[in-house]
Design a protein around this ligand. Structure first.
Ligand code: SAM
Length: 251
């Protein structure tokens, strides 16, 4: 255990992740703002701007939690649709399907409440589905795009998640993963280590009354492969020939 963490087996990890997100669900959004100083909002905005959402798209947001990414995608499409309708065109929103899929029903039910608060409760394009990223219930080649934000480090078998993402994506579909990684700059690393190992669990204890779950979240970032390993261990089986710029098809 290079960081002094307890190594856990596969079954234990998935139980622990389930327990952590059951415990943190009710404070999840507040804690995200506190822990990242609001930065997670900018990172998610960036993810969605890179995705180039378009009206009519079929999108799957895995480990969708309380809906932050799904809401952003939907808002982006709705604003495109509003602009189109102002120009006298049809409501382009009609065929859009955005799925927020998560293994944890407590996270999803907070997401559904937030959707109602944000006026998206009756939104016909937004679907909440309980499911495991390692064994998705969606059909082969059914999605234009797939996102997973701060989720992949919590799964037990990353290679199964990638294989499932590949299976459900259409030819030319896009996979976008947002994840925290390791700090390399030495001075900043010291500050970050102090912040993440000392302060975050303490804040988790104070605000959410659950130091242990936040200790897990910090540790899960350290265990996740660092930037230097990218591409070496996370190889999907086959490469698709074309990366179609979906946004261009619809402009
Ligand atoms: N994407 C959301 C966000 O960025 O705010 C939530 C991220 S939260 C840190 C991680 C989420 O991954 C939790 O909601 C958890 O339930 C979910 N999760 C963990 N393992 C999963 C799995 N095998 N399949 C689907 N979701 C999973």
């Amino acid at each position: 255990t290079s960081f002094g963490f307890k190594e856990v087996g596969e079954e234990e990890k998935s139980k622990m992740v389930g327990k952590v997100f059951n415990n943190v669900a009710s404070n999840y959004d507040l804690m995200n703002d506190i822990m990242s100083g609001g930065l997670h909002r900018l990172w998610k905005d960036r993810l969605v701007s890179k995705l180039h959402p378009f009206p009519g798209m079929k999108h799957l947001d895995v480990a969708g939690g309380t809906g932050d990414v799904a809401f952003r995608i939907l808002e982006s499409i709705k604003s495109d649709s509003r602009r189109a309708m102002q120009r006298g065109l049809d409501d382009l929103n009609e065929e859009t399907e955005i799925y927020a899929c998560d293994i944890n029903p407590n996270m999803l039910s907070i997401g559904k409440k937030r959707a109602i608060e944000q006026g998206l409760g009756d939104e016909r394009c937004l679907f909440w589905t309980e499911g495991d990223a390692e064994a998705l219930k969606f059909k082969d080649s059914s999605m234009d795009s797939y996102t997973i934000a701060f989720g992949i480090r919590n799964v037990t078998h990353i290679e199964k998640v990638l294989a499932e993402a590949y299976r459900v994506l259409k030819l030319g579909g896009r996979f976008l993963c947002l994840e925290l990684s390791h700090v390399e700059q030495p001075l900043f690393k010291q500050i970050y280590d102090f912040y993440s190992f000392q302060l975050i669990p303490a804040i988790g204890g104070l605000v959410a009354g659950d130091r242990e779950s936040y200790q897990y979240l910090v540790e899960s970032i350290r265990r996740f492969p660092n930037q230097g390993l990218k591409g070496k261990i996370l190889k999907p089986q086959k490469k698709k020939k074309h990366e179609v710029e979906l946004s261009k098809r619809h402009l």
